[in-house]
Design a protein around this ligand. Structure first.
Ligand code: ZN
Ligand code: ZN
Length: 365
């Protein structure tokens, strides 16, 4: 949902990702235009909606949050770019966060657009259903009652580390409501009409793009690479000036290991001319930025290793307080801390025991 778990420790220049949505429409590569939509999420000011132009019209990548305010901006940007809704034949969603998939269903409904996402695309609410071994096909997440029931079930479950789920930040829900979006619409998940798996190609903007499954920020994250012009759509996998949030709650037992792997894969793409993130400006040195993000998490692992001297049997919340400044404390920071602790556990460096339902981590040996 959000990326800005980390608050800068000292006064630094504002992050690119926090800049308000510009009304400008710019062509960044042949047939690739950048349009910015306003979003209301902690630490983020806009989402980049890329338009990929071909003979049939265009594909929109990550069409913003649900709700009339974002929808108005979307139509305005299309108009500035010389298009209208009827030109949109496809929506490509990089991953299952509402600032990326929010406009997809309305585009499907009003423009008849196809929806393309990774094969594992789903939201956390779907995952909660699967955890319960329920038949998720029987549940229509688009009906408000079922969605409320799913949310209720989701937020009443304890976190994997024994803490309580906080739910979406009240401020976020309030801003969504004031933008005109019904609370339930935030969690209305589109069902992709086409799914992609790693290595599959898709024709967009008059050329073939290679789908790269890049789990980490979310398990279902998808990047796309166009070898012809060296364009990479990085979604939230690689962002220019903030480090993407890593959720410890994932269908995979070690999401941080997956994130490292996915970052190394992206860093290894050769002949990249421009990388286009979902928030912030184009990235000139994709592999350098991916390496920086890896390094940031390696440093966090080291901070935990050092902190274990004073926290020989610490909880997720204990280590969170070491890793994050107080204003960032909460479920997102806990979940990211949990991902780091579980990574150390998978490396065989720590053991986890439960005491009164709370996970405690102790160094091995
Ligand atoms: Zn995201
Ligand atoms: Zn995002």
């Amino acid at each position: 949902m959000t990326e800005a778990a980390e608050i800068p420790k000292s006064a630094r220049p504002p992050k690119q990702e926090q800049e308000p949505a510009s009304e400008e429409v710019t062509e960044l590569a042949p047939g690739v235009i950048r349009m910015q939509l306003p979003i209301w999420m902690p630490g983020l000011g806009h989402v980049n909606m890329y338009g990929l132009v071909d003979d049939r019209g265009l594909t929109l990548v990550d069409p913003g949050l649900p709700g009339p305010q974002s929808w108005r901006a979307l139509k305005q940007r299309l108009k500035t770019a010389g298009y209208s809704l009827k030109n949109v034949h496809t929506v490509l969603v990089t991953h299952s966060h509402p600032d990326h998939f929010g406009g997809a269903m309305r585009l499907q409904h009003e423009a008849g657009a196809e929806i393309v996402a990774h094969d594992t695309f789903r939201t956390m609410f779907d995952t909660a259903e699967l955890d319960d071994q329920e038949d998720s096909g029987a549940l229509d997440l688009n009906s408000p009652e079922d969605r409320d029931a799913a949310m209720e079930r989701y937020f009443s479950k304890p976190t994997p580390w024994g803490g309580r789920r906080a739910g979406p930040p009240a401020e976020f829900l309030e801003r969504m409501r004031s933008s005109g979006a019904a609370a339930g619409a935030v969690f209305g998940t589109p069902t992709p009409t086409h799914t992609l798996v790693d290595g599959q190609t898709i024709k967009l903007a008059r050329r073939e793009w290679i789908a790269m499954h890049t789990p980490g920020h979310t398990y279902d994250h998808l990047c796309l690479f166009d070898p012809e012009f060296g364009v990479v759509l990085t979604g939230d996998h690689v962002l220019p000036t903030i480090t993407p949030h890593i959720s410890g709650t994932s269908p995979h037992e070690d999401p941080l290991a997956l994130f490292f792997q996915s970052l190394r894969r992206v860093a290894a793409i050769s002949d990249v001319s421009i990388a286009l993130p979902a928030h912030g400006h184009p990235i000139a040195d994709l592999s350098g930025r991916a390496e920086d993000i890896i390094e940031h998490h390696e440093e966090r692992l080291d901070i935990i290793r050092t902190a274990q001297g004073e926290l020989p049997n610490g909880t997720v919340a204990d280590f969170m307080r070491v890793l994050f400044r107080e204003r960032s404390w909460g479920e997102m920071a806990e979940s990211e801390t949990y991902a780091h602790l579980e990574h150390l556990r998978q490396l065989g460096e720590v053991v986890c025991t439960f005491d009164a339902g709370l996970a405690h981590y102790a160094p091995v040996g």
